[in-house]
Write a protein that binds this ligand. Structure first.
Ligand SMILES: *[C@@H]1O[C@H](CO)[C@@H](O)[C@H](O)[C@H]1NC(C)=O
Ligand SMILES: *[C@@H]1O[C@H](CO)[C@@H](O)[C@H](O)[C@H]1NC(C)=O
Ligand SMILES: *[C@@H]1O[C@H](CO)[C@@H](O)[C@H](O)[C@H]1NC(C)=O
Ligand SMILES: *[C@@H]1O[C@H](CO)[C@@H](O)[C@H](O)[C@H]1NC(C)=O
Ligand SMILES: *[C@@H]1O[C@H](CO)[C@@H](O)[C@H](O)[C@H]1NC(C)=O
Length: 453
């Protein structure tokens, strides 16, 4: 509107100059007519302009009063204070309605939750309170060649597998540094010096547990390395001493090296086992040697060889000799009573059978546990009874329980420290209307080894 008025005025002016420079200017009447029109136009513009101004004023007043209201509102309309997350920061101090706060995490942490939160009309914050989570630098498996990654704040470290080194286990560990570099003169000199040093060491410190180091000079600094299993100890970089792996891993960091005994060797170690055991294929554990299977036993023909943990036992089953009855061996492990003469009550009350069983167990076996079960195959009476015979020793370690209608079980009630041999007798008796029909004795011998394996 203002623009178009300005254009009209310009036209007017340029026309007023025309009579001076040109010949075909409009007549006076024409000019007066035009001027009247322009005047009309201007007053119309003026009116509309004034109207616009009034409208504008109104709007400004409205805005001012609104702003004032909001100001008074804001005093009390605040959301609860927000805390910065642990290991992070909060940007923005205002907690008033429609204000925003932002959250940032320290380096090495990543934000979980809302990055920004707005104080809403309801006086609650939008979104959720964020936390800063330690970035798992190990997630990308940065350790090479079988290294183990250890996540730390803002970084990681690698525990390298044997034979590898470097921040990400990227470099093979030089076993013979010299052969990998060719710095001819310097190398030979250093190696020669090392050899000389080794040969002049006192007798007590020489031998297979001490080796010369291999040194080389790279860019003016001397690097000395040892063969695997050796390390430079103390200030003398010329000698390498054996690492005592048995001592190093004594208390079982990295797992106990050996099940039984660790033996340090030059540059390494080996595990050894007690007599009667062989080292297992993995070199760490011990397995029992079955002397009975390998003829490493001296049991005679009339004996039975019982393999035990760490050894063997030669046993001979002899049927019991009691005055009232006679027994005959019906199998290598069983004796049965011969038929009794009619009316010989003592004979008929003697046990019908004796069975023999041998168990080999390790020392300190956890208890309680079932060691043996006795069952009636063809019960004849209406009642079966199971009981433990034997002296005080048997009662200290064992008890007998019924496990079902036809079965009784011998339980070990306390761990036994070996080496030891324990015996227990389980009696099963059959009754019919409280009259004893038969007694069956099972003798159990338990060979407890010296070791827990
Ligand atoms: C604002 O809140 C304070 C206490 O939080 C109260 O004392 C004061 O009267 C309130 N002002 C208004 C305008 O509501
Ligand atoms: C070492 O360098 C010498 C010359 O400086 C060279 O004759 C020799 O072959 C090199 N040896 C190896 C193993 O590279
Ligand atoms: C146990 O080891 C010895 C010697 O290492 C070996 O002669 C023997 O055959 C091994 N015995 C068994 C049962 O593996
Ligand atoms: C078997 O040999 C051991 C020694 O290795 C000996 O003590 C034992 O008496 C021998 N047993 C027999 C039945 O010869
Ligand atoms: C027996 O075993 C228990 C756990 O099974 C163990 O705590 C205890 O030290 C062992 N005792 C011996 C003498 O090894």
């Amino acid at each position: 509107m203002f623009v178009s008025a300005a254009v009209v005025i310009t036209l007017m002016c340029s026309c007023s100059f025309r009579p001076i420079f040109g010949q075909d200017c409009p007549s006076r009447q024409e000019i007066q007519g035009s001027l009247k029109q322009v005047q009309k136009l201007l007053s119309a513009h003026e009116a509309s302009y004034m109207q616009s101004l009034r409208n504008l004023k109104k709007k400004i007043n409205l805005l001012q009063s609104n702003a004032g209201k909001q100001l008074t509102k804001a005093i009390n309309n605040t959301c609860t204070k927000l805390d910065a997350p642990i290991n992070g920061r909060k940007l923005g101090k205002s907690h008033s309605v429609s204000h925003e706060v932002h959250f940032l995490c320290d380096p090495g942490y990543e934000l979980v939750g809302s990055e920004s939160r707005v104080c809403q009309e309801s006086l609650t914050w939008s979104g959720q309170q964020p936390t800063c989570r330690d970035i798992n630098e190990c997630a990308s498996s940065p350790c090479l060649n079988g290294g183990t990654c250890v996540d730390e704040v803002n970084q990681f470290s690698c525990v390298c597998a044997k034979g590898w080194a470097g921040a990400t286990c990227q470099s093979p560990l030089p076993t013979f540094f010299v052969t990998m570099t060719n710095t001819s003169a310097a190398t030979t000199a250093a190696a020669g010096a090392a050899a000389a040093a080794a040969s002049t060491l006192p007798a007590a410190t020489t031998g297979p547990f001490v080796r010369p180091s291999r040194c080389t000079i790279v860019q003016g600094t001397t690097h000395c390395t040892c063969e695997p299993g050796y390390t430079i100890s103390g200030r003398d970089t010329n000698t390498c001493t054996d690492i005592d792996e048995c001592e190093l891993f004594h208390n079982g960091q990295a797992g106990k090296l050996c099940l039984h005994t660790c033996v340090n060797t030059p540059g390494g170690y080996r595990c050894s086992c007690p007599v009667g055991y062989n080292v297992t294929r993995d070199g760490r554990s011990c397995k029992d040697i079955d002397e009975c299977a390998t003829r490493q036993n001296n049991c005679t023909k009339d004996q039975m060889c019982i393999n035990t943990y760490g050894g063997f036992q030669c046993v001979r089953v002899d049927c019991p000799k009691i005055p009232s009855a006679t027994y005959v061996k019906t199998s290598p492990m069983r004796c049965e009573r011969n038929p009794c003469p009619v009316d010989n009550k003592a004979c008929s009350q003697a046990p019908n059978s004796f069975s023999y069983h041998y168990l080999a167990v390790v020392s300190n076996l956890s208890a309680p546990r079932v060691m043996f079960r006795v069952s009636a195959l063809r019960p004849m009476g209406d009642t079966l009874r199971f009981s433990l015979l034997g002296g005080r020793q048997a009662r200290r370690h064992f008890t007998v329980q019924r496990s079902d209608r036809l079965t009784g079980q011998l339980m070990l009630v306390s761990p036994v420290q070996g080496p030891a041999t324990l015996e227990a007798e389980v009696e099963m008796s059959e009754l019919e209307k409280r009259v004893q029909l038969g007694r069956y004795i099972t003798k159990i011998t338990m060979f407890v080894s010296q070791y827990e394996f």
